[in-house]
Design a protein around this ligand. Structure first.
Ligand SMILES: Nc1ncnc2c1ncn2[C@@H]1O[C@H](COP(=O)(O)OP(=O)(O)OP(=O)(O)O)[C@@H](O)[C@H]1O
Ligand code: SF4
Ligand SMILES: [Mg+2]
Length: 325
């Protein structure tokens, strides 16, 4: 009998190992020493083909910086990003260009991300031209229809589009080269609520139709609930909780996640006061657990020892000495 064939180990599409990124700020006025702000602090995560992960947290907690590291736009100070098993930092120029086609980013629509003089057809032809790929009018019209825009818009200009339609065009541009991963940074936060729902539905449909892996950066838990299977919560540059979205929202294990969930207004429930105090200065974050200065259940150990992100139960990870059980 032939020996059993061992299946090859499956390599995750994207793996981030212990990523850290700091920014140099101006020198301190009195002592003149250099100051650094740690925007991403020792973050590890993994994403399989077709997975969807939301990154959530208050403004300034490092979501966009982490997104840029995952895309290879910025290099981490420490740690590495592996895409399809390849270390982004070691890619040669040609490999980097190929990666650019396989990993795409969608930003919040600012209204200014398109050249107003370029037609919608020419806008969507650009990624093909940049990457030396063949394209046709029929392919671009199909792309427009895939994102719910009429093929008749081909000759029109982006200025003729509404905010929601422009975001559809942004998405079409990101999909042109058939990427494996899309990182979307606040893709719906500039849109009206009714339009948000349409774009969320579109992104959901595209994810499942195309088997796209996606990272959604959002501060809006209502959007996160609809758009991502898993969520990771960031506080002052670190991941504090990660898990399946619905389970995490229904039963947060980290006091910070619970505070975010409770701050979401719900019909029939009084508005819960947001967390007391501001997010501490990332230049000199508190020692021990970064959240201890605002945590309603902190104990003395919390100020002394920094909790690690540890697995708890099924598919949940939490960085807390006293998780909410
Ligand atoms: N190029 C830069 N130079 C200096 N500081 C930066 C730079 N980019 C980001 N930061 C700082 O790093 C921290 C994280 O910023 P980041 O934009 O990643 O946060 P965010 O979670 O995306 O916030 P928001 O929800 O407001 O978009 C912030 O304190 C920010 O001021
Ligand atoms: S470690 Fe302590 S301070 Fe930090 S979240 Fe847990 S209970 Fe709160
Ligand atoms: Mg951001």
């Amino acid at each position: 009998m032939p020996p059993p064939v061992t299946p090859p180990p499956t390599i995750p599409l994207l793996q981030a190992h212990s990523l850290s990124k700091s920014f140099a700020l101006g020198r301190r006025r009195v002592w003149g020493e250099k100051r650094f702000l740690t925007a991403v602090d020792d973050v590890s995560l993994s994403l399989g083909a077709g997975d969807s992960l939301a990154l959530v947290g208050e403004s300034g907690c490092g979501k966009s910086t982490l997104g840029r590291l995952l895309m290879g736009f910025d290099a981490p100070d420490r740690g590495r990003v592996m895409f399809e098993g390849q270390d982004l930092a070691r890619l040669r120029a040609g490999e980097k260009r190929r990666l650019r086609a396989r990993v795409q980013m969608v930003f919040q629509d600012s209204g200014s991300s398109f050249n107003p003089r370029r037609s919608i057809g020419a806008t969507l032809a650009e990624p093909y031209r940049i990457h030396g790929r063949a394209w046709s009018r029929a392919a671009i019209e199909a792309l427009l229809e895939q994102v719910g825009l009429s093929a008749s818009l081909y000759e029109r200009h982006p200025v003729a589009l509404s905010g929601g339609q422009r975001q559809r065009l942004n998405i079409a541009r990101a999909l042109a080269l058939s990427p494996r991963l899309v990182v979307a940074d606040e893709p719906v936060s500039a849109l009206d609520v009714s339009v948000q729902a349409q774009i969320v539905n579109l992104l959901r449909r595209l994810q499942s139709e195309l088997g796209l892996a996606s990272v959604f950066i959002s501060h809006d838990l209502a959007v996160v609930r609809q758009i991502a299977d898993r969520m990771a919560v960031m506080y002052l540059g670190s991941l504090v909780e990660e898990g399946e979205t619905l389970a995490t929202l229904a039963r947060p294990l980290h006091p910070y996640t619970r505070a975010l969930v409770e701050a979401v207004p719900r019909p029939g429930r009084a508005l819960v006061a947001p967390l007391e105090g501001d997010v501490p200065d990332a230049v000199s974050p508190p020692g021990g657990c970064r959240f201890h200065t605002r945590c309603p259940v902190a104990r003395p150990l919390c100020a002394q020892e920094r909790p690690k992100l540890e697995t708890m139960g099924q598919e949940r990870k939490v960085a807390c000495h006293f998780p909410l059980v």
